[in-house]
Design a protein around this ligand. Structure first.
Ligand code: THU
Length: 157
């Protein structure tokens, strides 16, 4: 038998500790969250993808009366980013959820399983870690890659 532990590397930093580029990305995710269409859950999420061509693509969750037809902010942003700039590669993604007061939620938000799998696709295309910034009121979690959020992932058949 062999036992192994999988370690998820997370840096927790305050907003003021972010680099200018990281702060821009978090600000973009926060402003995207304000444009969420979430009349059913009232849970507003924004995501911002930084591409290696310098573009930042924002997306927000889009809900639907037929609930499963809605889409999370992360996939809205990621799918649009790659359809708009198919030759660019992902460098980073920031995710933010805001409360009804327009402020980030207390705890950093983390993407759902389907979004992790979808983002992993673009990390594989990039051929390098896509850093992930998870926004919270007091702390922002920074992970070096999508794969660190999805260990033992299904990658190909
Ligand atoms: N949602 C996101 O957009 N991203 C996440 O990481 C978690 C959940 C959305 C889906 C749905 O519109 C609402 O938040 C409640 O689950």
């Amino acid at each position: 038998m062999r036992k192994a532990d999988i370690v998820v590397p997370v840096k927790a930093v305050g907003y003021a500790e972010l680099t200018d580029a990281q702060r821009d990305l978090i600000d973009s995710a926060r402003s995207a969250a304000k444009r969420a269409y979430a009349p059913y859950s009232h849970f507003s999420v924004g995501a911002a993808v930084l591409l290696d061509n310098g573009e930042i693509i924002e997306g927000s969750n889009q809900e639907n009366a037929a609930y499963p037809s809605g889409l999370c902010a992360e996939r809205t942003a990621a799918f649009y980013a790659h359809s708009r700039f198919p030759d660019a590669r992902f460098s980073a993604i920031a995710i933010s959820a805001i409360g009804t007061d327009g402020q980030p939620l207390e705890n950093p938000i983390s993407p759902c399983g389907a979004c992790r799998q979808s983002l992993l696709e673009y990390e594989k295309l990039a051929g390098a870690g896509v850093s992930v910034l998870l926004d919270g009121k007091d702390e922002i979690f920074i992970l070096p890659s999508v794969s660190s959020l999805l260990p033992l992932a299904f990658t190909e058949f």
